[in-house]
Design a protein around this ligand. Structure first.
Ligand SMILES: [Zn+2]
Ligand SMILES: [Zn+2]
Length: 277
């Protein structure tokens, strides 16, 4: 994996531009040599810039799994919402919620009715009174609200359980929305994002886990020529045009910095991992 280097570091920027600062890398299309700026993941769960890509990835994976499922009349998609009592410590509240859901999935009632699905955690509420809950998309041969509520209460003490019919297309839109949206007021978004660090955006369970394994994530195609092979222009190493390729890039990017002290080969073989992972 190429060393992560910034085009600029947001911390070095003047205060007035910081809120909009996002780390980008410039990449060049191997086919037409057109250049594009792409955002590097910033770690903020609710970052609008990063979420465009995350939504695409989530949608591709979930749709990919759903397309592989046999369409039988016996099984349908359902959207389930599960929650537990509000908590003051969000991290342990989320852990309790997801642990409880794991226990629910081990119950024979669940196992006999659900082949698999995907879930995401959504957080509402405010400090000291957080309300984490799960949005779950399941492929099921049907379940009763009374029976599921009873079992959810057994494993979690929670009483809140909703089951909703969901046509496949709507199910994907629903899930990707919950995966990337912040459901707290603006001034709490950073807090919630920090508290949710390390919690996966979404998670497959049951046979969806295996079904998701081989699904390819859409690559970023060049808006000019449609190709999908890119090279990173690493500003710190990419110094001066020393061959035909770099000379051409140099022409396209007259502002590339020159560093006379290290006239090394341009780094053009690096593959951009976030494009393919
Ligand atoms: Zn191109
Ligand atoms: Zn970001």
């Amino acid at each position: 994996m190429p060393e992560k280097k910034s085009v600029f570091s947001p911390s070095e920027l003047p205060e007035e531009v910081k809120p909009d600062a996002h780390e980008y890398k410039t990449i060049v299309c191997s086919n037409c040599l057109g250049t594009h700026r792409i955002p590097m993941p910033c770690g903020d769960r609710f970052c609008a810039v990063c979420n465009t890509r995350r939504r695409k990835v989530a949608r591709a994976k979930i749709t990919g799994v759903m397309d592989k499922l046999p369409r039988t009349k016996a099984y349908v998609f359902r959207h389930i919402t599960l929650s537990v009592a509000n908590c003051s410590d969000l991290k342990s509240g989320i852990k309790f919620l997801t642990d409880s859901f794991r226990r629910l999935r081990q119950r024979s009632y669940w196992k006999n009715r659900v082949s698999g699905g995907v879930f995401t955690v959504e957080v509402t509420g405010k400090p000291d009174n957080w309300h984490p809950h799960l949005h779950i998309l399941v492929y099921t041969r049907g379940m009763s609200w009374t029976q599921l509520s009873k079992r959810w209460n057994h494993v979690s003490g929670g009483l809140s359980c909703y089951i909703q019919n969901m046509p496949p297309g709507k199910a994907v839109i629903y899930m990707t929305k919950y995966i990337t949206k912040a459901s707290v007021p603006d001034h709490l978004i950073k807090t919630v994002s920090a508290l949710m660090k390390g919690i996966r955006l979404f998670q497959f369970f049951g046979d969806w886990h295996g079904l998701a394994a081989g699904i390819k994530i859409p690559k970023f195609h060049c808006p000019t020529c449609g190709a999908a092979r890119w090279e990173i222009i690493d500003f710190t190493v990419y110094e001066k045009p020393i061959n035909a390729m770099s000379a051409m890039i140099g022409k396209l990017n007259p502002h590339l910095p020159l560093n006379k002290s290290s006239p090394q080969e341009p780094v053009i073989e690096h593959t951009l991992h976030i494009m393919s992972s």
